[in-house]
Design a protein around this ligand. Sequence first.
Ligand code: NAP
Length: 249
Amino acid sequence: MKLLEGKVILVTGASKGIGNGIARRCAENGAQVAFTYLSSVEKGLALEKELTDAYKIKAKGYRSDASGTNAAEELINQVVTDFGSLDALVNNAGITQDNLIMRMTEEMWDKVMEVNLKSCFNTVKASIRTFMKQRSGSIINMTSVVGIRGNAGQANYAASKAGIIGFTKSVAQELGSRNIRCNAIAPGFIVTEMTQALNDETVKTWIEGIPLKRSGTTTDVADCVVFLASDMSSYITGQVIQVNGGMLM
Ligand code: NAP
């Protein structure tokens, strides 16, 4: 039996990058996959077809803005209606709007907070009733090594990711007695469109500081999601698992 057989998983921001890798890996492991996208509509539609055709599972994409509270409520209701349940929620959607704090505008701060941090509150709040009724659920929030150690030029992003860690630990404490688990994954340097914006020199410096001497892949992160969504992690909650090749903080 596959690790996620019989489970319904919702992944936010799966049109590209890590979310895309998570959706594929979950499907490969037998899950039924609901996922969201926002601006990459064609990629979202293509993923739905690919998951259904390649893995013979039920898959459905929803165009939904993670930063919208009402949108999250509509999304969760629709997913539960379409799939009949929800077993794991992966809050992956995220953005960067980098600049030195001197040049960072209020809009850059607010936007990153809304898409990265408030989105987790939105979907978790909207899912709680379903998880409580089932007396089970696994919430997986995508933070970052930057949320642990900070990063010059990313004060908004680092604060949003540090906020996710506090949020994750609080939700784990609040909902543990209902058998609802909540963990965070902190990826290190993973090759995606988000990191393609970095110059060669920065990439070289990051990789030099990684004991495994390579950047991570979306599959490296997705495998950790599969574990946390599966029953193999049923006694793990409130944790931040770093998927970073041993990067020293
Ligand atoms: P990416 O390639 O830029 O993909 C971001 C995804 O988020 C896209 O599918 C995008 O969808 C979606 N998204 C953005 N804003 C959204 C919104 N308002 N509503 C719904 N979806 C939205 O980024 P990535 O590198 O895969 O990063 C994924 C997550 O991992 C992020 O939370 C990021 O902070 C975290 N992370 C990444 C790294 C890394 O090295 N790459 C390291 C640590 C943490 P559309 O294109 O359809 O809008």
